[in-house]
Design a protein around this ligand. Structure first.
Ligand SMILES: O=C(O)CCC(=O)C(=O)O
Length: 293
């Protein structure tokens, strides 16, 4: 009972044709274990190495809260020297995470440690490799990416538990209006379906990533992530080449980023209350009508 989760397909390697037909165009997730086998990063990126090259940087840290009605999403909870943070996640469990960190901007030579997989997919934004760090047990709340990209998410230094849902389940997942995340963190690995009945039967995917694994997440895919060990990831994003998809990405950023943040700041608790009610109404309606079909 609860979610209906299937294992994500896992391959060692894949041809472009197979990937395009069965995953990219089919909007289906996939783990490619061997995509990084020729990346120097696979051996080189230890926490000691990262401390050596970037330990002095001050980094913003995020906790598990996300829905403060007075703050734009992604407001940092604290700051710390990168070196101290890396020591912390190796030493003990913590909910503190680093989210969307462009370490490559600070240390451009890092790009030499990876290989952009252009043979797999076009449109990868080479200037935007972002990094994510988490302590054991830290959780990245369920969301989909605001700019609607295809994502290649590679994990390093430990294991990460990931649960995914197709975009079409948005209403049943209690998505907040104007947002790319849900009403509440209903513990995605053990959801309370008494309190959130529309979650019952929602279909998704599940996988545990290990060091060097790359997860492909298609456009609009909801993702929830729990770091099982203090570890980190690198995400490469690719926008779809069609002008209509590009426009959809731009509009999503404006609506879910700028407009949502402005309304949040102006209306505060009133807005939060309205949209929570709206998310519940939509979820209950979708459940009643058996949506999505
Ligand atoms: O690794 C994480 O903590 C979050 C990753 C994520 O949300 C992404 O790659 O879009």
């Amino acid at each position: 009972m609860g979610f209906n989760l299937k294992a994500v397909d896992v391959v060692e390697s894949i041809s472009r044709e197979d990937f395009e037909k069965n995953y990219l165009n089919a909007k289906k997730p996939l783990v490619i274990k061997g995509l990084t086998k020729d990346w120097p990063a696979r051996e080189k990126w230890t926490t000691e190495y990262l401390k050596e090259i970037a330990g002095d940087f001050e980094v913003p840290l995020y906790d598990s809260s996300k829905a403060d009605p007075n703050k734009p999403i992604n407001a940092a909870a604290a700051h710390m020297k990168f070196r101290d943070y890396l020591d912390l996640i190796k030493r003990e469990p913590t909910e503190l995470r680093i989210f969307l960190f462009n370490l490559f901007k600070k240390i451009p030579s890092l790009v030499n440690d990876i290989r952009i997989p252009k043979n797999l997919m076009g449109g990868i934004m080479e200037g935007m490799p972002t990094m994510f760090f988490g302590g054991q047990n830290s959780v990245t709340f369920l969301h989909y990416d605001i700019d609607l990209p295809n994502l290649l998410h590679t994990h390093f230094g430990g294991r990460k538990h990931i649960i995914l849902f197709d975009y079409k389940w948005k209403d049943r997942l209690y998505c907040l209006p104007n947002a790319t995340y849900a009403l509440e963190d209903y513990q995605v690995d053990n959801p309370d379906t008494q309190k959130f009945p529309a979650l019952e039967g929602v279909e998704g995917y599940e996988v545990i990533l290990e060091h060097g694994d790359t997860l492909f997440m298609p456009v609009g895919m909801w993702h929830w992530m729990k770091y099982l060990d203090g570890s980190f990831s690198l995400t490469l994003r690719a926008w779809d080449k069609s002008p209509s998809r590009k426009l959809a990405s731009m509009w999503s950023i404006i609506r879910h980023g700028a407009i949502d943040s402005i309304v949040k700041i102006l209306l505060k608790a009133k807005y939060a209350k309205w949209r929570e009610g709206a998310a519940v109404r939509k979820a209950e309606r979708a459940l009643k009508l058996g949506l999505p079909k």
